[in-house]
Design a protein around this ligand. Structure first.
Ligand SMILES: C[S@@+](CC[C@H](N)C(=O)[O-])C[C@H]1O[C@@H](n2cnc3c(N)ncnc32)[C@H](O)[C@@H]1O
Length: 465
């Protein structure tokens, strides 16, 4: 009997409980028992990897007469063993699928972030329950396409479109190849959490952006009208910048700053792919940008999404990043207060969105409270997205104007957003806006520029992610 058929027969025997590995090998009648034993035990060691490879390359669907146990043995020897040395027609069959199987193996290694075959045997990092509940959000990049065309594209790819979601529960119940339009954001599609679109043509061509729903809130709530001058103060890798460009319809001017040269380079690539124009990308510490520079005299909107502890990001493996120490939180909060206060000092500024992917009050409500106090009555908090279910912690009176997001309540990563507006003289704060449609009011004509902030100590400190 040929080696591969003998090995497949042992695997069948094991599955049927006909005996242990050794006894099945010795009773197989195959003359070279050591060789057979080694091949079967290695195939078993790689069993779960082989199953995924067979699935990914759809080998069993393409070769209906190939028994699955024989397929495993062949693919093991082809990709992980000594190479196919015998096997007759089965060898020829496996060779025909070699390129597809190798591509699938390469993809698996990229996904698992490993370079050696052996490393694929380590158990996959557990993903927290919270993370597995967060759907795959897809922002349609309206600089390149429109929602209807993207929906049609996915329908042609075999996905079923279920229309606009009416509740968060509907998003939670999504499964299989189905998708919905989000209930809150107009250009956001929602797929089941396990959907991987990184290889999808629409993603690689910049027609869609894979961006968590909570991360879409800052640009949406800043809502500058086309033609506005906008600063994205801590911009890389640029998901929110490209969202801003889409809201501006590429009309107006975005000044995007980031201190980290590598992240700026990545951002450059992503913005080009997304078709963003009218954006000046500057590698500079935002704290050193001069608000009095004439270049920024028409900046009415600022998006500030500074470095933070990242404690709201739920996809991280358990224990990958320990909770930030009190010192680190203090350093981050100090930087966040300085950078927020600096942003408010741009003379024509009307509206600012401050956001973090942190769960810590120190980086969120406390920062907003401290800076609002510093600026006296010049700025006020605006109730961001009144219908959003999850509000700011009651750290100070009016903190419920801020919004929070979390896997459990909003099916997103943990996030915090505060919307600040320059006060018109005599305006009451905070404002309460009736509907989502009115949540992005544009600053009125003749709004007074605010007063300068109270004197504060200027201590330069940069906090990198
Ligand atoms: C949370 S990330 C921004 C993510 C980005 N808004 C997006 O949506 O893709 C924070 C960024 O702030 C940058 N950063 C940190 N300190 C900075 C500073 N002083 N000036 C400008 N950028 C800074 C970091 O390099 C990092 O890229």
């Amino acid at each position: 009997m040929a080696l591969y058929s003998a090995a497949a027969a042992v695997l069948v025997g094991l599955e049927r409980g006909e005996g242990g590995l050794k006894s099945l090998v010795y009773n197989s009648g195959f003359p070279h028992v050591r060789q057979l034993y080694a091949l079967v035990s290695e195939t078993l060691r790689y069993a779960s990897v082989l199953e995924k490879l067979l699935d990914g390359a759809a080998l069993l669907q393409a070769e209906k007469k190939l028994p699955p146990q024989l397929a495993k043995v062949l693919v093991y020897d082809l990709l992980f063993g000594k190479g196919l040395k015998c096997g007759g027609r089965w060898k020829a069959l496996a060779q025909r699928h070699r390129a597809r199987l190798e591509a699938e193996l390469a993809r698996m290694k990229v996904r698992r972030k490993v370079s050696r075959n052996e490393d694929l045997l380590a158990p996959e990092k557990a993903v927290s329950t919270a993370a597995s509940q967060v759907p795959r959000y897809v922002r349609v990049n309206i600089l390149k396409t429109c929602v209807d065309d993207v929906i049609e594209f996915f329908k042609r790819q075999g996905y079923a479109y279920l229309g606009k979601a009416a509740s968060v529960e509907e998003l939670k119940a999504l499964s299989g190849k189905k998708f919905l339009l989000d209930l809150h954001l107009p250009e956001l599609l929602v797929f089941p959490s396990q959907t991987d679109l990184h290889d999808n043509l629409l993603y690689t061509s910049g027609h869609i952006i894979l961006q968590d729903k909570a991360s879409c809130l800052p640009a949406f709530l800043l809502g500058p009208v086309a033609g506005s001058h906008v600063i994205d103060a801590c911009a890389a890798p640029g998901n929110k910048t490209s969202h801003l460009a889409a809201i501006l319809k590429n009309k107006g001017q975005i000044f995007a700053f980031d201190v980290d040269p590598k992240r700026v380079a990545t951002m450059n690539t992503l913005l080009t792919r997304a078709g963003v124009t009218g954006c000046q990308l500057v590698q500079q510490d935002f704290l050193t940008v001069d608000p009095g520079d004439r270049k920024y005299s028409r900046v009415t909107h600022i998006l500030l999404d500074p470095s933070c502890s990242g404690s709201g990001m739920v996809t991280r493996g358990p224990g990958e990043e320990a909770a930030p120490s009190a010192e680190r939180l203090q350093a981050l909060a100090g930087f966040q207060r300085r950078v927020l206060s600096h942003a408010l000092s741009f003379p024509a500024l009307q509206r600012l969105v401050y956001s973090t992917c942190s769960l810590h009050q120190e980086e969120n409500e406390d920062v907003v409270q401290a800076v609002l106090q510093e600026w006296g009555s010049a700025f006020r908090l605006v109730t961001a997205f009144p219908s959003w279910p999850c509000r700011g912690l009651a750290a100070f009176s009016g903190a419920e104007s801020c919004l929070r997001a979390s896997p459990a309540e909003t099916l997103t990563h943990g996030f915090f957003v505060a919307v600040l507006e320059r006060c018109r003289e005599g305006a009451a704060a905070p404002s309460s806006l009736p509907a989502a449609a009115k949540e992005n009011p544009q600053p009125g004509e003749g709004t007074e520029p605010g007063a300068a902030p109270k004197k504060r100590k200027k201590k330069k400190q940069r906090v990198k992610e």
